[in-house]
Ligand binder design. Structure first.
Ligand code: XMP
Length: 327
């Protein structure tokens, strides 16, 4: 039997009871696989890696070493949430690396989107590799949040993102406890493991993070404006009951300015572009009709609360022709 093929007999995990049964089974399987060995995990704060962290922590406790790299391009509060959950609440073995300055210094003045992506991806691997080397002698296994669509689609993107670039002399066996599960099943397991709803229902977030939404050359002040405006959008969508209904929603801040008037004085500041999409597979996407009062409230709050933003727009472009992200 191919361990990477989901057996037809495998039941869809869609109740707390089935999730609990899966957890019990995997805790046993993980203990059997790793014994007294140590496991290293890159914990991004996304659903998949968070569920894998909680699952392996339950199985082997302090023999799991989680590394969370903050590249400075996380959304507001995300790294803090990872620390609060895994370090403070779960008492897991978490190494937190604030690499903000390293990333932002490397990105200084770089405006070409693919170049930005490459810098972020390569530096991420470098930072993780440094941490892996610090504990490398003790570690025998590398855990990954691979899920079934990653295997089925098998374009290697995820695998590359997670393990690619680790030095050849660091040889780890893989622990991939949710590799036969679909996303909704991973969420069900996350809930049964006691992860907060905000973490379990987290919308997709690109690896390069806010780096692809702070268009052109990233500056710290514009990145901060983007992070604040994005937080307001997420708060208001949650308040309006849209958080679980709209597939992905975020703010983009381009590197251009528009004219406005603030307190009777001419302002020349950035626009904030709201992007919201519904999709099944991210290959095509539609723009949902958001109720006017919700858009109005978001606009009013961004204009009042975020320094440097003097204009708010809602992007009506479907995919195709527009992609979901702007860069
Ligand atoms: P596009 O912009 O191509 O995005 O319509 C489709 C989906 O993929 C996400 N995305 C990324 N995810 N690294 C990632 O991990 C990336 O570089 C990246 N670029 C786009 C995007 O957020 C959307 O959900």
């Amino acid at each position: 039997m191919d361990p990477n093929v989901r057996p037809d007999s495998m039941e869809r995990i869609n109740t707390p009871e089935l999730a609990q049964a899966f957890i019990d089974e995997q805790v046993g399987a993980i203990r059997e696989q790793v014994g007294d060995g140590k496991v290293l995990l890159a914990l991004s704060g996304g659903v998949d890696s968070s569920v894998v962290a909680a699952l392996i922590d339950r199985a082997i406790g302090e023999n799991l070493i989680c590394v969370h790299v903050n590249h400075g391009l996380m959304r507001k509060g995300e790294s803090e949430q990872v620390i609060a959950m895994f370090q403070n609440q779960m008492d897991a073995n978490l190494v937190y690396v604030d690499a903000t300055d390293r990333f932002l210094n490397l990105l200084d003045g770089v405006d070409e989107p693919e170049k930005k992506r490459k810098i972020i991806g390569a530096e991420f691997i470098r930072v993780f590799e440094e941490e892996a080397r610090k504990v490398g002698d003790e570690v025998d296994f590398l855990a990954q949040g691979t899920i079934y669509p990653d295997i089925v689609e098998s374009d290697g993107v995820k695998a590359h993102h997670n393990v690619g670039g680790l030095p050849d002399d660091l040889q780890f066996d893989l622990v991939e406890p949710v590799k036969l599960l679909y996303k909704d099943e991973v969420r069900e397991v996350g809930r049964a493991l006691g992860l907060p709803e905000g973490m379990v229902e987290r919308q997709p977030f690109p690896g390069p993070g806010l780096g692809v939404r702070c268009l052109g050359a990233i500056t710290r002040d514009r990145l901060e404006a983007l992070r604040e405006a994005d937080a307001i959008l997420r708060e208001e969508f949650a308040e309006a009951g849209l958080a679980g209904k709209v597939w992905q929603y975020f703010v983009v801040v381009p590197d251009m300015r528009a004219t406005g008037v603030r307190d009777g004085v001419r302002a020349y500041e950035w626009p904030a572009i709201i992007r919201a999409v519904n999709t099944v597979d991210a290959m095509t996407a539609e723009v949902p009709e958001i109720e006017w009062p919700v858009l109005k409230r978001i606009t009013d709050r961004i204009l009042a609360e975020v320094p440097g933003i003097c204009r708010v727009t809602y992007d009506l472009t479907p995919k195709p022709i527009g992609t979901i992200e702007w860069e």
